[in-house]
Design a protein around this ligand. Structure first.
Ligand code: OSB
Ligand code: MG
Length: 366
């Protein structure tokens, strides 16, 4: 039994099998280990999600590094701050890195604040959209025919744009065939940093396919070589991995490294960073799209609230639940109208988290 003012913060490591394996230039996953944070004050609980992978293939963090960070210094800080998000986010700045771990707590504390104050997160953030335009991100398939089939399927369902993963050996020829089959499809491609500065000619040769964007073609932490590439090509450059904070977004903008920002709350370290980035994007009319990391319903609900902020004008990497999981820890997310998912209107994240399901799927709790 919880006492009236007891404050508590906990972590749950769970495992959700994916409906379809997801393959990128850095690896293949057929299940998603998901680290969930729960913060409790009295009768209210806030939930957050940590998007680190099992191995440091997307960025430097891992599930294990995040668990250590939570146990050793981030949970103690959250408790010292009385589970108040602003205090936590300000004071967590002196700890370097560990941004996905920080973001999971930030999200849980914002959800808790929303529930205590009786307000949905989008309102606390100053969001303006009630429905979020969404796209789908399709992994590398075994054959191009399978990819064509997957694209037809999702395009038929109403997604507003398609993003495909590319990698050396799965790039120019694949994109050529997709364009032949779908001449007017709104199509972006994401390399997850698979190319280097010797590949500019190949990347330039993608101009003829009139892509919506070429996402993170080069090194995961690079801004300079992307700025050189961007001058040489016509397709807009979107950056994902390289934007590790709101300040990095400013650097990227001033260096001319990007035309579009893929913003992920985990990668940049929490809600406060997204709000800072959003203010900057708004001032500079820099278009954002909300990225995804194959989150559970907890992360998906948070992303919908964040994507309601003004600069998130492009379709998000936020798809219906059934595209990811058969059995999620929240109610299913489905289109409110084709190509749109509505921002939940309840307090905090606005959706129930099925704690029983979280506990049923738990591998480790702390
Ligand atoms: O690069 O955007 C990425 C998933 C895991 C890791 C990196 C990325 C992705 C996606 C999936 O593209 C987007 C989604 O959650 O639907
Ligand atoms: Mg990406």
């Amino acid at each position: 039994m919880l006492l009236q003012n007891e404050k508590k913060i906990e972590g749950f490591l769970t495992k959700l099998p994916l409906v379809h394996a997801f393959k990128t230039s850095f690896g293949k996953e057929s299940e998603r280990k998901i680290l969930i944070v729960k913060a409790t004050k009295g009768e209210y609980s806030g939930w957050g999600e940590i998007t680190a992978g099992e191995l440091p293939l997307y960025n430097e963090e891992t599930i294990s590094s995040a668990i250590l960070a939570l146990k050793e210094f981030l949970f103690p800080l959250a408790l010292k701050c009385g589970l108040k998000p602003k205090c936590f986010e300000e004071q967590a700045e002196r700890f370097k890195g560990n941004r996905m771990a920080k973001a999971g707590i930030s999200l849980a504390l914002w959800d808790l604040k929303g529930k205590i104050e009786g307000k949905p997160l989008w309102k606390l953030y100053g969001g303006q959209r009630k429905e979020i335009p969404v796209g789908v991100s399709i992994g590398i398939q075994r054959t191009v025919d399978e990819l064509v089939e997957r694209i037809s399927h999702f395009w038929g369902e109403g997604y507003l744009r398609i993003k495909i993963k590319i990698a050396p050996e799965w790039d120019r020829e694949v994109i050529r065939i997709i364009r032949e089959n779908f001449p007017h499809l709104p199509l972006g491609v994401d390399a997850n940093s698979a190319y280097n500065k010797d590949d500019f000619e190949l990347l330039k040769s993608l101009d003829e396919f009139k892509l919506l964007f070429l996402e993170q073609p080069l090194y995961n932490n690079d801004l300079y070589f992307h700025s050189l590439l961007r001058k040489k090509i016509n397709n807009p450059v979107a950056l994902d991995e390289s934007i590790t904070s709101a300040r990095k977004l400013e650097e990227a903008y001033f260096m001319g490294s990007l035309s579009i920002a893929n913003i992920k709350v985990g990668r940049i370290g929490g809600v406060r960073e997204v709000l800072k980035a959003s203010k900057f994007g708004n001032d500079k009319s820099l278009p954002f799209f909300c990225g995804g990391m194959l989150e559970s319903g907890v992360g998906r609900a948070h992303n919908l609230h964040l994507a309601s902020l003004p600069p998130f004008v492009l379709p998000a990497d936020l798809s219906e639940t059934k595209r990811y999981f058969h059995d999620d820890v929240t109610p299913e997310f489905t289109f409110s109208s084709p190509g749109y998912i509505s921002v939940p209107q309840g307090d905090g994240i606005g959706v129930e988290v099925f704690e029983g399901k979280v506990r049923e799927k738990v591998i480790l709790s702390f």
